[in-house]
Design a protein. Structure first.
Length: 421
């Protein structure tokens, strides 16, 4: 089967050797990984996701995904393998393991956190069932042999009836690297912070917040206290799942927009609960269907502009310009897919980490909720802990228990593409 790429195009051109546009999910299981069981689980799970078993091909200046019947690669190496290359059997997805860690690498152009979670629900079902000799409940899990509806395959953006995107111009946002004088600190680094789920949810309920808006608010407050004299806007993008507005809940593509949360000057002396209410109001206003679809229309317009260019070099130049513009209006991004809900397999999970590159030179906080705790991956384009420390101070001052689990350089396997081969 041959499928011409549309929504995937922008995300492919955003990938580079320095910053592969990839989702890496690492799961630390309760027990050591059994490689034969993992091999069987991956092979069985991927039967359910033929649209992820593809290889990239170029024909007449256009890119396509073609069926790839080679085995999806699994390696005993935590660094993984290069995607879309011989090492990965030319797949855009691969798995690896070490000790009790199970790792999935998938090209972000193919899917987002919502789609990646679906693959893992299926994989964990098969792995844990065989590893522990039990029969897990099948409810809510996509399984091999299920009919695969067309809605999972189809790109809803390409055919959507969309409104005209509004013309808007945002003010310059505070750039965290520039503000802290970290231009020479270029080691992208991940700080992993764990918070008990029940405690953080209780705090959110008491203060009219939600996990995503509260993390965005704490980060906004921390930055504002660091630079009280700055005139640049503190603006945090909260990722928005566009599937609901597109009426495409089953779509597997990367369908992510953003609600822009501005920490306005007049808000800064308000109590926390009033600030949280204001942020939730901003999210509510920007997640109405018409507003989300206007954002989709803007993204579709960018895709069409990219496709109007004839060469990879021209397309890369356009993407570089667009990315630079986007980076200038963001201080940070917060992404929360929602509670992972890996069903009965969750009790066998000890740690869960989701990494992906940050936007331009801003900070990205990836939030995961698995097995009774939130994990916040503080992903930044520098190694300095100055913003992490300011964020943790906000948690301390609000009585929120946390554990700084570890600090790692952000290292993702390359995705081999014509412009970075």
């Amino acid at each position: 089967m041959e499928r011409r790429l549309f929504s995937e195009i922008r995300y492919l051109y955003e990938s580079s050797r320095e910053k592969p546009n990839e989702i890496r999910i690492r799961i630390r299981m309760r027990d050591l990984i059994e490689p034969d069981v993992l091999r069987h689980a991956v092979d069985t799970a991927m039967q359910r996701y033929p649209y992820f078993c593809v290889e990239l091909q170029k024909k007449d200046g256009q890119y396509f995904f073609l069926d790839n019947h080679r085995p999806v690669v699994i390696t005993n190496d935590p660094h993984g393998v290069e995607l879309n290359a011989e090492a990965s059997n030319y797949h855009m997805i691969a798995f690896s393991w070490q000790d009790n860690w199970m790792i999935m690498d998938v090209c972000h152009a193919m899917t987002d956190g919502t789609g990646a979670y679906e693959i893992l629900r299926t994989l964990l079902y098969y792995y844990c069932s065989e590893r522990y000799g039990i029969k897990l409940k099948e409810s809510g899990i996509r399984l091999a042999g299920d009919p695969i509806p067309e809605e999972e395959w189809a790109d809803p953006v390409e055919t959507a009836d969309l409104p005209m995107p509004p013309r808007s111009q945002m003010s310059k946002a505070l750039n965290p690297g520039e503000a802290a004088g970290l231009q020479n600190d270029v080691l992208s680094t991940v700080y992993s912070i764990a918070i008990p789920e029940s405690e953080f949810m209780r705090f959110n309920i008491e203060n009219d917040g939600s996990p995503g808006t509260m993390v965005a608010l704490f980060l906004s407050r921390a930055v504002a206290k660091m630079y009280p004299e700055s005139k640049d806007t503190i603006r945090v993008a909260l990722c928005v799942n566009q599937r609901k507005a597109l009426h495409a809940p089953l779509a597997h593509q990367c369908l992510v927009g953003g609600a822009m949360l501005e920490y306005k000057e007049k808000m800064r002396n308000w109590p926390l609960d009033r600030q949280a209410t204001a942020y939730r109001g901003m999210v509510f206003a920007q997640t109405q269907e018409e507003t989300v679809l206007a954002g989709v229309a803007n993204q579709k317009g960018i895709t069409q502009m990219i496709l109007s260019k004839e060469t990879d070099q021209e397309r890369m130049g356009l993407i570089s310009y667009i990315s630079g513009m986007a980076g200038g209006v963001l201080t940070a991004t917060v992404s929360y897919v929602g509670k992972a809900d890996y069903r009965e397999a969750e009790k066998y999970i000890r740690d869960f980490r989701l990494w992906t590159p940050q936007t331009a030179n801003s900070i990205l906080v990836e939030i995961s909720a698995v097995n009774g705790r939130f994990t916040l991956e503080f992903i930044q384009p520098f190694s300095s802990p100055v913003y992490v420390n300011a964020f943790l101070k906000e948690l301390d001052e609000n009585g929120i228990t946390y554990d700084l689990q570890d600090v790692n350089p952000l290292r993702l396997p390359n995705i081999r593409l014509p412009w970075n081969a």
